[in-house]
Write a protein that binds this ligand. Structure first.
Ligand code: NAP
Length: 291
């Protein structure tokens, strides 16, 4: 039995689909408010709970052999990115789990002071490495599925909002490839006890993304390039009445102001370990947008 947290998210949903296609039993950890009917139809065992509650995590781990931690944090990195994962790891040890797959983030090791999610991910990585469990830590760059709503908006308006430096490099990974890597991590020997950066096959500049949209939709892009100080201004304004949100926006600012890409050798290593070729962004978008 696989336990998948974040089972209704961009990565988790695809992981559960793949597991069910392979006729593996999967327990999807969802909230009562989550949109989980598709997972239920696919034959996943639905566990309703909240990852902020230790008791729920403890119950969800009964009878589990593999844990895939793929949940997000709703601006609460301490409770969800940190505490929930520490509890999942402790429960994995208590239940003799065979393999733990943790979705971290590219750059988790860089020590960004102003980014609670990055700090929590790094602390969890270290806890998992020292746990004695078999593990795979995946550090994805941006997910291609995040760009689908932006592509839809571009299709209608031709508009693309680019915040920060358009020349910053990025790798965008196909969310389907990432899900496949997650599932294969528990069986592929080369993935055991490894920390792997996961990106797409090409290093893009952020300004390449509207160009790709333009090629797909045959539409001239209108790029609105907003400087980072606009985000800083918004953060300061939010800080007046919601300091937690102000802190959470530090992660967002970190993502906008730095480069997140995988080197060619890292991608070659990934393709060698998992024995398939990663899909590029244009191909992913064309599949989903039916163009
Ligand atoms: N998106 C990216 O570009 C990216 C890049 C690198 C790393 N990552 C990491 O990859 C992981 C998954 O990202 P994603 O984009 O697939 O996530 P996502 O689409 O934002 O989904 C987040 C998931 O977490 C669940 N969740 C949130 N709070 C919860 C709680 N209190 N109890 C139970 N479930 C809860 C959500 O459930 P509901 O459906 O109920 O909201 C949802 O299933 C995250 O750890 C993220 O940091 C993402």
């Amino acid at each position: 039995m696989f336990l998948v947290t974040g089972a209704t998210g961009g990565i988790g949903r695809r992981v559960v689909r793949l597991l069910r296609q392979q006729e593996k039993s999967a327990r999807a950890f969802v909230r009562l408010t989550s949109r989980y009917s598709e997972l239920e139809h696919r034959g996943a065992d639905i566990f309703i709970g909240d990852l902020r509650r230790e008791k729920d995590i403890e119950k969800a781990c009964w009878g589990v052999e593999y844990i895939i931690s793929a949940h997000g944090s709703d601006s609460d990195a301490l409770s969800l990115d940190y505490r929930a994962n520490i509890e999942l790891i402790d429960q994995a040890k208590a239940h003799g789990v065979k393999h733990f797959v943790f979705i971290s983030v590219l750059g988790a090791e860089r020590g960004y002071e102003d980014a609670p999610v990055f700090k929590a991910k790094r602390a969890v990585e270290q806890y998992l490495e020292a746990s004695g469990l078999n593990y795979t830590i995946l550090r994805p760059s941006g997910l291609a599925s995040n760009l689908l709503p932006l592509a839809e908006r571009f299709r209608e308006t031709g508009l693309y909002l680019l915040i920060g430096d358009p020349k910053n490099r990025t790798s965008v990974v196909s969310t389907d490839d990432l899900a496949r890597i997650v599932v294969d991590s528990v069986t592929v020997a080369g993935a055991r006890n490894q920390i792997l950066p996961v990106g797409g096959p090409e290093i893009l500049l952020r300004e390449d993304i509207p160009r790709i949209f333009s090629q797909i939709f045959h539409k001239e892009p209108v790029v609105i390039n907003s400087p980072l100080f606009i985000v800083d201004g918004l953060r300061n304004a939010f800080g007046l009445f919601n300091p937690q949100l102000q802190k959470a926006l530090g992660t967002y600012r970190t993502l906008l102001s730095n480069e997140f890409f995988c080197r060619k050798e890292e991608i070659a290593n990934l393709e060698r370990i998992f024995n398939f070729q990663l899909e590029n962004l244009e191909s992913f978008l064309r599949r989903y947008l039916a163009v």
